[in-house]
Design a protein around this ligand. Structure first.
Ligand SMILES: Cc1cc2nc3c(=O)[nH]c(=O)nc-3n(C[C@H](O)[C@H](O)[C@H](O)COP(=O)(O)OP(=O)(O)OC[C@H]3O[C@@H](n4cnc5c(N)ncnc54)[C@H](O)[C@@H]3O)c2cc1C
Length: 393
């Protein structure tokens, strides 16, 4: 197949020369450990004492990775993506303290996200994290099969109710809804809640998508089990496939608490299972829909090839590719150009409250082997191409 992800002209067509050089300088800055480790702490502190750093953050790292501070502000970026056949997934990325007040605030915002996505092709999905609308500790207790205290029981019922109500809202508005995967020790409870909603709302169309992390051991068997259950009970199932974001935390906890590490023994094992999961879900496409949430080129190409080799229309609603806004544009824009379904998580929220999200993006892009060097080389390739073109003209 001729499909290639290397075309930087297409990948960065939406970026001006100034945007590109700003992005270049930003990714370069991630190679300074001091900036990455202490930048967010200093930013938080300077904002607290009223130093006008907000506009600097907004013009730099925030603009690279976020759509805006509100849904309204993000609409402009969603439209820009949509002009390139790329959907946006509004991701309310506020990470406040786990209080009931915050859970309710986030829950209300998520309802607005679903309503915003209704009937708007530029927003093909909505998304949420369960710990944004309910207690981490209660999910952990439930996942460990502990008896909940009466207070925890109430909190658990509230969370189950909120998730159900969001799935119902998505179903009524015909908006596909992704539920992010989190730490293993809370994920058991999340899975149980999500699959029960899939059973209820994925009868005709696939509305509810659960997330599978392939850096975990045994996930292929888990996918098989869930597909068999869906067949038995007559519902369909959506899987967002990711490698997983909490590797160090998982390994550390397993070591500290002396239980077997749930994470694969090597990156190769994770890659193998990710690609096997794509193939398994694809094989069961009569009842399964896939979102490949990845910045990995090989896995993205694998799904694209499966679709092409089976003569399936590239825009078939069962198959989606997704990347984060501000990262791996070469994958998103080249796949979209070829006609595949592509969406980008578009984080939004007040600057101060999305700092933890921005800090994680900086960390992720800081390692030498990591994403940053790939982004830098692609941006630099495009800058050189444009320079050569100008000379020629
Ligand atoms: C659209 C989208 C949605 C996402 N949603 C979620 C989510 O809901 N939950 C979540 O946890 N993450 C989520 N992620 C993050 C994702 O899990 C990965 O952390 C990130 O995308 C990097 O993996 P990759 O597939 O892009 O590519 P790669 O760069 O090829 O893989 C890096 C990943 O491989 C794994 N890995 C690295 N080294 C090793 C090792 N030594 N042994 C075993 N495994 C290793 C880790 O998972 C690491 O993040 C999402 C990512 C995207 C793009």
């Amino acid at each position: 197949m001729a499909l290639s992800l290397e075309n930087t002209e297409r990948a960065f067509a939406h970026k001006s020369d100034l945007d590109l050089s700003k992005a270049y300088r930003l990714f370069q800055a991630f190679s300074y450990p001091f900036l990455v480790n202490y930048g967010p702490i200093i930013a938080n502190w300077t904002m607290k004492i009223g130093f006008p750093i907000k506009s600097i953050i907004k013009k730099t790292i925030f603009n690279q990775f976020c759509g805006g501070e509100t849904i309204e502000e993000s609409n402009r970026f969603a439209k820009r993506l949509y002009n390139n056949r790329i959907g946006a997934i509004l991701d309310y990325s506020v990470e406040g303290e786990g209080t009931d007040k915050n859970f309710i605030k986030t829950y209300e915002e998520l309802k607005l996200v679903i309503e915003e996505a209704a009937n708007k092709p530029e927003y093909p999905f909505a998304v949420f994290k369960s710990t944004g609308i309910g207690s981490f500790a209660v999910l952990a207790a439930k996942s460990a099969n502990q008896d909940l205290t009466p207070g925890q029981e109430i909190q658990y019922e509230h969370l189950v109710g909120r998730i159900h109500s969001l799935c119902k809202h998505a179903h009524e508005n015909k908006v596909k809804l992704l539920i992010d995967a989190e730490e293993t020790w809370i994920q058991y409870a999340i899975d149980e809640i999500v699959y029960s909603n899939a059973n209820e709302f994925n009868r005709e169309e696939i509305i509810v998508y659960n997330t599978i992390q392939l850096y975990r051991k045994g996930r292929i068997e888990e996918i098989e089990k869930q597909i068999n259950l869906a067949r038995e009970y007559g519902y369909k199932i959506g899987f967002k496939l990711v490698r997983g974001a909490y590797m160090e935390k998982e390994s550390l906890r397993a070591q500290e608490m002396n239980y077997p590490n749930p994470i694969q023994d090597s990156k190769e094992d994770t890659d193998r299972d990710y690609n096997l999961a794509l193939e398994l879900c694809f094989k069961n496409r009569d009842i399964v829909a896939i979102m490949a949430g990845t910045h990995n080129e090989e896995s993205s190409l694998l799904l694209a090839r499966l679709i092409e080799d089976h003569n399936i229309t590239k825009s078939d609603e069962r198959f989606w590719f997704a990347q984060l806004y501000g990262m791996s544009d070469h994958i998103s824009f080249n796949l979209a150009y070829e006609g595949f379904n592509v969406a980008k998580y578009l984080p939004y929220g007040p600057i101060k409250e999305v700092l933890p999200y921005l800090s994680r993006r900086a960390q992720e892009n800081s390692s030498v082997k990591g994403q940053s060097s790939r982004e830098l080389s692609l941006i630099s390739k495009e800058m050189k191409r444009r320079k050569a073109l100008k000379k020629f003209v």
